[in-house]
Write a protein that binds this ligand. Structure first.
Ligand code: F0G
Length: 470
């Protein structure tokens, strides 16, 4: 009798890239040289790189072939028109403004729409998105549901907006001080948690009633569409492409980091329905990115992106992609490792507060755990907690967010199930020895987005740098 069948990759491997194998002693030296910040490691010193799913996907043979069709004209490249067609077919917006990556689009949108003193509600912050809103003079206001801040809540749509929080903000500051709501799909900082279509519809209706635009952060919208298909009544028989179009149809435009869902190594775009905003964006893109028909991308990159968008909405692709993330997540859950529930779309988020209860949040437990994981198995993850949250703009104090996480982000179509096994074993061995991990203190702190370049030192150096050689 046939039970539920396993997922498997809808592709086979045509080319391989060799990885360096390192010893524990080499890794101890590398992480100390990197100031205990996994962003500062050299990739040659990393075995399994789960730092990010951004720009790290494996392109298909069809995408590599598309690179050869690059039309490197300064203006009016054929590739721009192919990208515009793909964006309109799958995201459904009227105007396409290409950018070099997602934050390029965020910069332009924030500069056009936000005035000093404005408030920008959003369903949890993303680092670059919030920074661009602040640089434009706005203040980010978190309107995600409370469940999103609880790593143990099993709520299936932890990315949802809380309509009461939006209404309260409108009542408090007035709709004319709210240029738009920033709606992120498969909310990254919450652990890759989706929004339901019902919530997207209701959020947009509330905002539009008050004349407030809704701009989607569509970076992982297709992964969100997969969860809607799996979890939301009425969507099981709809295609991912149809669900994606329906998500976008409720919004007025999007910013997009194509380095995630769209399976390319670089690229992004701003898509807008409003003609006047689009005109202004085409003006600004020339200042910050490049002409409005390439926006910082080479022609060949736009072509690979157009093909990537088509591949990204295929059910078998997302099924295998999220299947792999869930495979790793279930292994950790079975071993009792505390991770964010439900398992998200693009990675596993280890709950460092529960993993290392002996390290106070002011000593950056997630940063310490990410460094320890690298030393143990050559696996590179990323801190998503107090270091990423930065400092309060007014008080200058460290923000101590409820979520103190280590993100193990799975690049698309890159690693095998065996790599997931090795990763799980490394996390599990740290879990068994967790009390040996010590906290960190900052030794260098950059002004903006400090997590990228900050340096740390262990608070009790003798204990973290044990000299076992494996
Ligand atoms: N929005 C979301 C939700 C993102 O996750 C990112 C990038 C961006 C915007 C910015 O896009 O990098 O192309 O400029 N996230 C990466 C990550 C960096 O590792 O999560 P970008």
């Amino acid at each position: 009798m046939l039970k539920k069948r396993s997922w498997a990759e809808p592709y086979k491997i045509k080319m391989v890239e060799h990885l360096t194998m390192t010893t524990r002693r080499q890794r101890e030296r590398a992480i100390a040289d990197a100031g205990f910040n996994t962003f500062l490691l050299r990739s040659r010193d990393v075995y399994i790189d789960l730092l990010t799913d951004s720009g790290t996907s494996a392109m298909s043979d069809m995408q590599w072939a598309a690179l050869m069709r690059g039309d490197e004209a300064y203006a009016g490249s054929e590739n721009f028109y192919h990208l515009e067609e793909a964006m309109r077919r799958h995201y459904g917006y009227k105007h396409l403004i290409p950018t070099h990556q997602g934050r390029g689009a965020e910069n332009i949108l924030s500069r056009i729409c936000i005035k000093p003193g404005d408030y920008v509600p959003g369903n949890m912050y993303f680092t670059t998105t919030k920074l661009h809103q602040e640089l434009a003079g706005g203040k980010f206001v978190d309107v995600i549901i409370d469940e999103a801040h609880n790593p143990d809540s099993e709520f299936p749509f932890k990315g949802n907006c809380d309509l009461k929080k939006i209404q309260r903000l409108i009542d408090d500051v007035g709709a004319d001080k709210i240029p738009y709501l920033s709606l992120e799909t498969n909310v990254n900082m919450a652990g890759g948690q989706p929004c339901s279509l019902a919530n997207i519809r209701d959020t947009a209706a509330l905002c539009h009633k008050h004349g407030i635009n809704v701009f989607l952060d569509a970076t992982r919208a297709i992964e969100n569409a997969f969860f809607i298909k799996e979890r939301e009544p009425g969507y099981a028989d709809k295609s991912l492409a149809d669900i994606l179009l329906e998500i976008c149809s409720h919004t007025d435009g999007c910013t997009m980091s194509a380095k995630k869902d769209s399976l390319v190594n670089i690229g992004g775009f701003l898509a807008i329905n409003d003609d006047a905003i689009a005109d202004e964006a085409r003006n600004l893109v020339v200042v910050y990115e490049g002409l409005h028909t390439y926006g910082g991308m080479a022609g060949r990159d736009m072509e690979a992106l157009a093909v990537g968008i088509e591949e990204s909405v295929q059910f078998d692709h997302i099924h295998a992609r999220i299947g792999q993330v869930e495979y790793l997540g279930h292994k950790l859950i079975e071993a009792g490792v505390p991770i964010v529930h439900p398992i998200g779309g693009h990675g596993i988020f280890i709950n460092a507060k529960k993993f290392l209860p002996h390290i106070p949040q002011s000593q950056f437990p997630a940063q310490a755990l990410a460094a320890a994981l690298y030393v143990d198995g050559g696996v590179r993850g990323m801190e998503r907690g107090a270091v990423s949250a930065g400092r309060d703009k007014e008080t200058g104090e460290n923000i101590l967010p409820s979520l103190e996480l280590v993100r193990l982000t799975i690049p698309r179509r890159v690693y095998t199930q065996a790599h997931m096994d090795v990763t799980a074993e490394s996390v599990m061995s740290l879990w068994d020895d967790r009390e040996k991990i010590v906290g960190l203190e900052l030794t260098y702190e950059p002004k903006h987005l400090r997590f990228f370049q900050a340096r740390f030192a262990p608070i009790n150096a003798d204990r973290v740098l044990n000299t076992d050689v494996s």
